[in-house]
Design a protein around this ligand. Sequence first.
Ligand SMILES: [Zn+2]
Length: 56
Amino acid sequence: MSSAPVTINCVECGGTAHLISFLPPDDEPLEDGTPLAYRCSDCMDRFDLVWEADDT
Ligand SMILES: [Zn+2]
């Protein structure tokens, strides 16, 4: 998998957190270490993830 999920489950409230980071076009795979920011639409918490590809 080379693209980030658009939404993740909020670890705080179980709601849906939406990706708010700018991403490169679909044909450009994310590089390891790319920061991804999500914001939960329910509790408004922000989560910062660091992208790491599985297929290293
Ligand atoms: Zn939440």
